[in-house]
Design a protein around this ligand. Sequence first.
Ligand SMILES: Cc1ncc(COP(=O)(O)O)c(C=O)c1O
Length: 458
Amino acid sequence: MRDMPPLVSGNIDLLRGHPSTRLLATSQIADAAAVVLNAPSLPVDSYTVIRHPLHYASEMGNRDVRGEIARWAGERYGLREEIGLERILMTSGASFGLMNVLMHCTSPVTGYTKQAFLISPAYFLAAKVFEDAGFTNKLTAISSTATSIDLPSLRRHLHHLNATTPDIPLSAGLVPISHDGAAPKRIYKYVLYCVPTYSNPTGQTWDLATRRELVQLAREFDVLLVSDDVYDFLGNEGDKCALGEDGRLLPRLVTVDREIMEEEGELEQGAGFTVSNCSFSKLLGPGLRCGWIETATSVLAEQIGHGGANISGGNSSHFVSTLIHHVVKTRAIDAIITTLRQTYTSRSGAIAAAIRAHLPAGTEICGGHGGFFMWVGLPPGYDARKIVRMAEEQGEEGGGVRVMSGDMTECPGERNRMGWGDRWVRITVSYCEEEEAVEGVRRLGAAVERWRAGPGCL
Ligand SMILES: Cc1ncc(COP(=O)(O)O)c(C=O)c1O
């Protein structure tokens, strides 16, 4: 969990990326618990498919839960083809999902996996998962634009690494990546982490051409693309950034991957190059610790799902997933999402207006179309690092405000410093109520004024 110190009372927190407590699905989960635990006939354990909610789970998670999530997600994305439940794996949320993907599909320590790429500015806590997995000093930042990423730079890096880093053959007996007696695991030479829709921290969304080109690049260079698709359903009302021309949500990388595999006749055998890492944290509540992974075919979902810990302990989100099953099956989740979207639409409008009113002319606002965050750039010459620190201190007019310095969104490693902290900050839409958030932006504006009045400013 995030290791941030508690705020001084009276301060406003526009840093924390949580939903407001009142928006958590408390009553729906309480109702689900009553229904699930009092059901006249709880599932009889069939060992491989459906288990009692308080029993060990099967490794992939209950079949009915996975099937319902597949149907519901397919509806929300407007998919023409049903998502086969064999492509769905239950997880303990996106953070643990990412950890398990890296554990089961990459091998940085042996040198088989050569490098990881993070889209920068990055979701700052994802970098720590990569470091745990052995990618320290093997992380490269690829910068993003409003609707895309620097694909030419990614291609250059991949060419260079292919030319300069030796290939380690899998047949060389790489113990950590081959099961005794089982088929060798599908391990990738590279891995790239991204949030293509309503990104953390920028709130921006990649266009379809970028998604297609990236999957093609991944196929060419053996890159596993892990996308946190955790904000896809949280577009602001009326927003079109994340919609295709047909009005459906833009296809995820996993959908693009599957389409290409189908064209190439690879669906029977292939593992694909994508993992869609999804979560109920942003929709129902992060304390539930439940999410799911969707992969292009069953190969990766099963590879990740049948890891040793799942074999020993069963799927890790089992009980909670049976409660969520009820909320999804009754589609109570859709009403919850509608409320979230209405709330965040109104808040992000109010925050954008406050930014225009209280921050200097020329301040750039990115995002604000969906998801949890807005990315705000002070005009050149303003020292965002100092202003963020000054904003946390109480000004004469009252308490302080906390926002995230762009420094925290850098990819770790000296070479990867992009200078985001010079003038960019992240503002969270999801946590504070509208009035409080607006007051927080006003306090940030007051800190800018204090900075302007001090020594060493413009
Ligand atoms: C992009 C992204 N991925 C993952 C997470 C964490 O998700 P989970 O709670 O499912 O672990 C967050 C939370 O802030 C996030 O913004």
